[in-house]
Design a protein around this ligand. Structure first.
Ligand code: ADP
Ligand code: MG
Length: 432
């Protein structure tokens, strides 16, 4: 086994205070929205209809979703842990605006490690003689907030002896991030086990009331840190996923909530009138969310899709082309966007992508510290994430919170991002 330190910036990065506060202020709204989408079969069916015809991965998830609905849900408690990500778009007049990149509704990571980064940056500032600046760094402990949500779901499940199961990767690359959350649960005297899909396939079973057991041990909550990309699945793993989804255990997220986080759903949310249908009677929440949206465009077959495809081919630097994938490194930019779109513009394959306006932040200098990489000053841009946690029992929302933040920074020569993808590094916001 090889242990490396997680990559981080030498210095904290400046973040406009007003945008930081705006991102926190809208998080409970996004929690509500994701939860509402996950309960709206008609919306998910309509929105994903074109996508599942051409995208096999989304189609398989959707089939499980329909199957568990037909059988009837055994699960009565719902736990959402998400992270809404933003960049700061720099307007022509130099002012910055908060623009949502995406909401991650499954396996949103780095809530653990980032609970430590403010301390690292505080120390660096002190070493530099910047004691006053060091004292300005905000405390931040998403691990605690995520554990609070998991603990609440565990408690409502209502079985003292039951455990929380972290569903983890075959090859574990981010175990310490997960341990931070795990340790918060042990502190609360909640037992945690770590299992892979293959363990579930081999040891998992349901009893007559669809309680989930792993080798005889009852599982109250399944917290997925795996299962969001096609490479996570073989036939056995799909069977294991179906078993988990059919069970009474609280899944974080359930399959409906995973589907609510697809890029296609995000694009449909930006259509005039959609938010009003999903959250009737909540005009203020809708206005707060809409204020963070960037331009998003459907590539479905028809005139609307034809027109935007032609616009993007003519002016590719204005857009990002996104498939229904997670985890970084999948989006297309510039010339590559142009070539791919040119190739698929008259084929149904086009509908497996969406188009988004490209956000253009103002770069700043920083040093990126990464194990085994040379140290050099880079022009960097940052992405702010806010963690959201909510718990619903039946129709009653019993917890709805923002649980902390994450700042990731990357050199501008990389169009795409992600810490796990090896591009972005952990950072701390310094509010200005
Ligand atoms: P993933 O699910 O792979 O994380 P994202 O939508 O978050 O997909 O995109 C990955 C990365 O690509 C982001 O972290 C960001 O750096 C970059 N990116 C995504 N959308 C945009 C955009 N509209 N403008 C500029 N950069 C973007
Ligand atoms: Mg992302």
């Amino acid at each position: 086994q090889v242990v490396n330190y997680a990559p981080f910036t030498l210095l904290p990065s400046a973040v406009p205070r007003a945008l930081f506060e705006q991102a926190y202020a809208v998080q409970q709204d996004f929690n509500l929205l994701v939860d509402a989408i996950s309960q709206n079969k008609e919306f998910l069916e309509q929105t994903l209809a074109s996508t599942i015809k051409v995208d096999d991965f989304t189609a398989r998830l959707f089939r499980i979703y329909m199957q568990v609905l037909e059988e009837g849900l055994a699960q009565t408690v719902f736990l959402g842990i998400n992270r809404s990500d933003y960049m700061f778009d720099c307007g022509l007049d130099g002012t910055a605006a908060l623009r949502q990149i995406e909401i991650n509704t499954i396996a949103a990571s780095f809530g653990g490690l980032t609970s430590r980064t403010a301390d690292v940056h505080g120390l660096v500032l002190k070493v530099l003689g910047k004691t006053e600046e060091a004292s300005q760094l905000l405390p931040n402990n998403p691990a605690k907030g995520l554990a609070l949500g998991i603990a609440k779901a565990w408690e409502l499940y209502g079985s003292q002896g039951a455990v929380v199961m972290f569903l983890v990767e075959e090859i574990q690359r981010n175990i310490f991030d997960q341990r931070c959350v795990e340790n918060e649960l042990w502190t609360r005297n909640i037992r945690v086990i770590r299992k892979r899909f293959r363990d579930v396939f081999e040891q998992g079973s349901l009893d007559a009331s669809r309680r989930l057991y792993m080798d005889g041990q009852e599982v109250a909550v399944v917290y997925y840190r795996e299962g969001y990309v096609p490479q996570n699945y073989n036939q056995q793993n799909w069977e294991a996923r179906l078993l988990l989804e059919r069970s009474r255990a609280v899944k974080c997220p359930d399959i409906a909530t995973q589907l609510a986080g697809t890029k296609k759903v995000q694009q449909e949310l930006s259509r005039p009138g959609t938010l009003e249908k999903l959250l009737p009677g909540r005009p203020e929440a809708i206005a707060r969310m809409r204020a963070t949206f960037a331009g998003l465009y459907s590539l479905d077959e028809g005139e609307e899709g034809d027109r935007i495809a032609a616009t993007a081919i003519a002016d590719p630097d204005r857009f990002v082309l996104k498939p229904q994938r997670e985890g970084g490194g999948n989006n297309l930019y510039g010339e590559e966007l142009q070539q791919v779109l040119e190739k698929i513009k008259d084929s149904p394959e086009r509908t497996s992508y969406i188009l988004m306006d490209k956000i253009k932040p103002q770069p700043a200098l920083n040093y990126l510290l990464r194990a085994h990489s040379p140290l050099q000053v880079s022009e960097c841009i940052s992405e702010l994430g806010i963690f959201g946690v909510y718990v619903r029992q039946g129709q009653e929302l019993v917890l709805n919170q923002a649980a902390g933040h994450l700042l990731r920074t990357k050199a501008i020569e990389h169009a795409d991002g992600g810490v796990a993808a090896g591009v972005a590094v952990l950072d701390t916001p310094y509010l200005v």
